[in-house]
Design a protein around this ligand. Structure first.
Ligand SMILES: [Zn+2]
Length: 267
């Protein structure tokens, strides 16, 4: 029986000289492990589609519990990620994250993933990562750290850990009043304004600058194709990526070796 899925290769293990197992991220069946016979041969039709981060339409045959790649039609190539070691490290972290958080071969629960397509989200993340610019002092172009922050927060949201950033949870104000501030309470996933903030609150709290709050709202509430479109830099960017990292790692309750590796680079 043949099955056709659009998907992105998020893992690859070599078998012998010519073949490999690939993990394909799909919307319909989560992660599918499939054998790509002969994919390493230079004249193989699967050569590009079986490479890491290839985005293709895969035609798979299933025999008992095993999938085999029958054919594949490339949709987009993220091959260039491999040419930059920092980008590759960040993309590997994204891949580890979705592999850990997406169930294998389970039909995805639409409510758990929201209405966003995980494949589309992952493709957009790779696209933004590929186009991320070097940080310069005078031009806060989108950097890898911004892409990472947007990935962590939006993906947390897609996994069902969407913080409520619409307004102060107590008084409902959208902006802080009288020059006050907004605080984010990561444990509760809520905002509180300085008027309503209880000084005896012993959970974690993070004071947000207006730029940080606006960036976080964009990441959470914008349509998928716009959720990475934030322009922040300098200290705001550093604070945002620290916050989103803690939020994501605490919600998923684990660490990722690829993230630790990515963080060893000076960005
Ligand atoms: Zn309030």
């Amino acid at each position: 029986m043949l099955h056709t899925y659009d998907g992105i290769v998020v893992g690859r293990r070599e078998i012998g000289e010519n073949s490999c197992f690939i993990d394909i991220l799909t919307d319909e069946r989560g992660i599918i492990e499939a054998t790509a016979h002969g994919a390493k041969k230079i004249n193989s039709s699967l050569l590009s589609s079986a490479s890491l981060f290839a985005y293709s339409t895969f035609c798979l045959s299933k025999n008992k519990l095993r999938y085999t790649v029958n054919s594949a039609k490339p949709k987009y190539s993220f091959h260039a990620i491999g040419e930059d070691i920092v980008k590759l490290a960040l993309a590997s972290y994204f891949a580890q994250a979705v592999k850990f958080c997406t169930t294998s071969e389970q039909r995805q629960d639409a409510s758990a993933q929201g209405s966003d397509s995980i494949v589309r989200f992952f493709a957009i993340a790779l696209f933004e990562l590929l186009g991320a610019a070097e940080r310069t002092d005078d031009a806060p172009a989108r950097t890898l750290e911004t892409v990472r922050a947007a990935f962590e927060l939006r993906y947390s949201s897609m996994l069902g850990y969407r913080p409520d950033l619409t307004a102060c949870f107590n008084c409902g104000c959208y902006e802080p009043q009288d020059g006050g501030s907004m605080f984010f309470l990561p444990d509760r996933g809520e905002l509180v304004c300085s008027e309503c903030f209880n000084r005896e609150y012993d959970g974690e709290c993070e004071k947000l600058s207006p730029e940080t709050l606006s960036a976080m709202r964009n990441i959470i509430y914008a349509p998928l194709e716009r959720c990475f479109k934030i322009n922040i830099g300098g200290e705001t960017e550093r604070r945002l990526s620290r916050l989103t990292e803690r939020y994501f790692l605490r919600r998923t309750e684990r660490s990722f070796s690829a993230l630790d590796y990515y963080k060893t680079f000076d960005k």
